[in-house]
Design a protein around this ligand. Sequence first.
Ligand code: SF4
Length: 66
Amino acid sequence: MAEHYANPFLGRHMTRKKTKAGVGFEHPAKGEDRCGECAHFQAPESCERVQGYIQPEDWCRLFRRA
Ligand code: SF4
């Protein structure tokens, strides 16, 4: 996202979030795991790894249990 490129305090590896399409995003999650239990989730509605509006009942392949 453009505002991340403009932030001089973030390294290059931190500048890009993945698209939902690129990480097998599911809304809502089909399995047991949920964004709300993921280490990358940023309440109330975003994720540090994936772009866009993310809800606690969603899921993607980058899931890592918090
Ligand atoms: S499961 Fe994926 S989209 Fe959800 S919080 Fe974790 S990394 Fe983000």
